[in-house]
Ligand binder design. Structure first.
Ligand SMILES: [Zn+2]
Length: 59
């Protein structure tokens, strides 16, 4: 099953699952601020998750 990340617009195939269920609230807020159209049910790939997690810690 292929999953398309709405944040980086990349398709991920293989055992990678959307990260939405595991994303912390603070990261959710940051993503929503950057991507107003994004909803948590769209999910997030691991790469984006790591990216926003680092963004959050960089502040
Ligand atoms: Zn992504």
């Amino acid at each position: 099953m292929e999953y398309k990340c709405d944040l980086c617009k990349k398709s991920i195939s293989g055992g990678v699952l959307p990260y939405s269920e595991h994303v912390e609230d603070h990261i959710m807020e940051l993503i929503k601020a950057r991507h107003p159209d994004w909803v948590e049910t769209d999910g997030i790939c691991k790469k984006c998750y790591e990216y926003y997690k680092n963004e959050l810690r960089g502040k």
